[in-house]
Design a protein around this ligand. Structure first.
Ligand code: GLN
Ligand code: ZN
Length: 763
């Protein structure tokens, strides 16, 4: 019998219940007991949802719950607490301190480092190991949660991050120089103990997630996997399902093919082309194959006929007893349920599927294969109608956009003149001093600004009242920038809620959910907009505010836009055309905005692309193709202007080595980057590769309320000049100021401008 299974369920709950629980606990509104019982109820609810949907007993995930992050959980399970947290109360105080830092009487510990989980927007806590790291089974969470479900009459499949992924995703503690993977021999015995305990608690299967198998792995990993999994599979009474997701196994299939595992999960949404190869492995080894046919990380309804065909194929080769139907990856990255989306356009809503609906899709596919399509006739009929409607809908397919895309020519990817010519033309117009000062865009989004937006939304304020308010904020911001002595001003972004949402709301082809939250990190959730159709710009989106701001000052005003790759990266995207096609549509819409800003007399325009780097594919061999279209999308958006219009871009990360040639290829007149936290090492790249255009490596870190002194910023700038030509250097903070308060912002920018002045004099 083909089983319907799951790899992980979103833990937040239908109303972001988990967020509320932990935040109330943090603020002291909820005691520990209520936190724990609230979490227990939530887990029970989620198991019951899966059980009643028809997910097979024994294949409902457990230990997918987490108060903050599953990797952080594993640090507690295997007792990997960096020194500074060891004195804290175990488990909760230490746990949350590791996730988010802790400041209270006599205690002041920072949070551990966070990184993006593969190519998702979920952030995990980066494990930190010491060279003499010892491991032991400290938190019994996986066993406890298994027993908790068992007491409810639900048999679960505990989910663990596999030992190799766990080590590979971590780093050596500061000042130590060793590869965490060298700790494998010490770690595996503790996994063995844990598996043994799970077996005696009654678990039949354990899911070991090894998503690092989507990376390019060094040759030694083959032996490491073989050794570790030989030990783990020797634990009697429990079967190992090794799960890979987020991409193809590729040459790592060779690693997997040699492991003594009982089951293998593969992501057939990302790597459908691997079906035959993995079937062969499953057949040769006579193991269970879990087919990830439902996209666990996007929001589109699945084509059930296609899923059924895939499963039939697998059954034909390895037999129905060996086949599991599954989501491609954990549904952690998918919103909870569509049921809450009562305000969404009904036609569009009919094309979507959130976690709860995805469970039904899995069950329908399994049942159709097992008992025949007749047994799920109604579901299939509805699915076919919905697929057909989406394929042909005029809501999605916009002939005008498609005609414009076809009309794009090669010269639309190039500025009229090379940078030196443009730079001279811009200087003649703008007459900026050396070491020109600017900011990255946003100014403090105070409570008043957020309240004003809510008042407009709730209808308590008219559009006029709201605009008056935003104008007053913008005026204040402009006066401040003039007084402090900034050279290139910004309007402050007070009218924007979020740098993607604002544009999404103004573009055609985007829809917004009311409750489509996904966890980003800890208790923080994001609600990515959904790109459902061809993207176009019905009307100018930012011209009104930029023009208003420019009318209030004689200093040059910088327009502020979000770039095509970032718009794409931070949204749920279409699955019916390549990502690059959607990026180009976005680029064309932004290009028009750029041209309108220029026509409105805005002399400089910044197109933010903070997400270019995080879009890098997991496999090296896929980088070039991605970077090529990403750069072209930016160029399409930015090059339709005269030489005299200055194009800026901004990126907020510090590792440029991998994508340096792309940064250069963007050919922006100026780029502002985050550098203040990274000990200037990134500037090495700019020096090594000889960056030729304007560059503003952030002089100070905006992520902290601390006000940097003139001396320290002067030292920084001095240091930077070792790497960069002084004629190219801009002086600015390292990111937007929206999360800061006004008092520290004023003082920090004051100091920054004084530093620029003193460097000008010294020149
Ligand atoms: N212009 C944006 C701002 O200043 C850039 C934000 C970002 O880099 N993420 O807020
Ligand atoms: Zn930034």
């Amino acid at each position: 019998m083909v089983h319907a299974t799951n790899l992980g369920f979103p833990r937040m709950g239908g109303n972001r219940d988990l967020k509320k629980l932990v935040e109330n606990y943090w603020s002291g509104k909820l005691d520990e007991k209520s936190l724990l019982s609230g979490a227990k109820n939530l887990r029970a609810e989620h198991w019951n949802i899966q059980k009643s949907a028809g997910i097979q007993d024994g294949h409902i995930p457990s230990n997918d719950f987490s108060f903050y992050d599953q990797v952080l959980d594993h640090l507690h399970i295997f007792n990997v607490l960096p020194q500074k947290y060891q004195g804290l109360q175990f488990p909760l105080e230490a746990y949350f301190a590791m996730g988010r830092g802790l400041q209270k009487e006599g205690i002041d510990v920072p949070a551990m480092e966070m990184k993006k989980w593969f190519d998702t927007n979920y952030h995990f806590i980066v494990p930190e190991f010491t060279a003499n790291q010892e491991f032991s089974l400290r938190s019994r969470k996986p066993i406890d949660e298994f027993l908790e479900a068992k007491a409810l009459g639900i048999k679960t499949r505990p989910v663990l991050i596999g030992p190799i992924s766990f080590l590979r995703l971590g780093k050596a503690a500061k000042g130590q120089n060793f590869d965490p993977i060298s700790l494998l021999d010490r770690l595996v015995p503790v996994y063995e103990t844990l598996l043994r305990e799970l077996a005696s608690a009654g678990a039949e299967w354990v899911q070991l997630d090894e998503p690092v198998l989507t990376f390019d792995l060094p040759k030694e990993f083959k032996d490491l996997y073989a050794k570790a999994y030989a030990k783990l599979s020797a634990v009697s009474g429990i079967k190992i399902l090794l799960a890979n997701y987020f991409g193809r196994l590729g040459d790592n299939l060779d690693i997997v093919a040699n492991l003594p595992i009982s089951g293998l999960h593969v992501d057939l949404v990302r790597a459908p082309e691997e079906l035959d190869a993995v079937l062969k492995v499953a057949q040769d080894k006579s193991i269970v194959l879990s087919l990830g046919v439902i996209n666990g990380r996007n929001i589109w309804k699945a084509d059930l006929d296609a899923g059924i065909a895939t499963v039939h194929r697998a059954v034909g080769v390895i037999g129905s007893d060996k086949v599991l139907v599954a989501p491609s990856c954990s549904m952690l990255h998918s919103p909870h349920s569509l049921d809450a989306e009562i305000k969404m356009d009904e036609q569009i809503r009919d094309w979507l599927s959130f976690a709860v609906q995805k469970l039904d899709e899995i069950v329908v596919i399994a049942k159709a294969v097992d008992q025949g399509e007749e047994s799920v006739k109604a579901a299939l009929t509805a699915n076919r109608a919905s697929m057909q409607a989406r394929r042909t809908s005029p809501l999605i397919h916009d002939a005008k956009v498609q005609a414009e895309m076809k009309a794009v020519t090669e010269d639309m990817f190039k500025r009229k003149s090379p940078f030196p010519t443009r730079s001279a033309a811009q200087q003649a117009k703008l007459n900026l001093p050396s070491f020109p000062t600017t900011t990255v865009g946003s100014f403090p989004q105070t409570k008043e600004v957020r309240v004003a937006r809510q008042k407009l939304k709730k209808g308590e304020w008219s559009k006029e009242e709201y605009e008056q308010f935003i104008k007053a904020e913008t005026d204040k911001c402009i006066r401040f920038q003039e007084t402090v002595g900034l050279d290139m001003l910004v309007h402050g972004e007070f009218e924007r809620n979020d740098m993607v949402e604002y544009f999404g709301e103004n573009l055609k082809g985007y829809v917004f959910s009311q409750n489509g939250w996904v966890q980003s990190y800890g208790s923080r959730c994001v609600k990515p907009p959904i790109i459902y159709g061809d993207v176009s710009r019905p009307e100018p989106m930012t011209v009104y505010w930029s023009k208003y701001a420019q009318s209030q000052t004689k200093k040059p005003m910088k327009g502020m836009l979000t770039g095509p790759v970032t718009m794409l990266q931070w949204s749920f995207v279409r699955d019916d055309q390549p990502r690059s096609d959607t990026a180009f549509q976005l680029a064309l819409a932004i290009r028009k905005e750029v041209q309108d800003l220029e026509a409105a007399g805005i002399p400089a325009i910044q197109i933010d692309e903070p997400a270019i780097r995080e879009g890098l594919p997991l496999r090296h061999s896929d980088w070039e193709a991605y970077l090529k279209w990403a750069a072209r999308a930016f160029l399409l958006s930015s090059t339709g202007v005269e030489d005299t219009t200055q194009i800026h871009t901004h990126m907020c990360y510090s590792d440029f080595n991998d994508i340096f040639s792309t940064i250069q290829a963007l050919d922006a007149d100026a780029i502002t980057i985050e550098n203040s936290k990274s000990d200037l090492k990134l500037l090495n790249a700019f020096e090594k590769f000889g960056y030729t255009n304007g560059i503003g490596p952030g002089l100070y870190d905006i992520h902290s309320p601390r006000v940097p002194t003139e001396e320290e910023m002067a030292d920084r700038l001095q240091e930077m000049l070792k790497y960069l030509k002084k004629d190219l250097v801009w002086v600015n903070p390292d990111c937007g100021l929206k999360t800061r308060g006004w008092p520290e912002t004023e003082r920090a920018l004051h100091n920054m401008c004084r530093v620029a002045e003193s460097f000008r004099k010294a020149k």
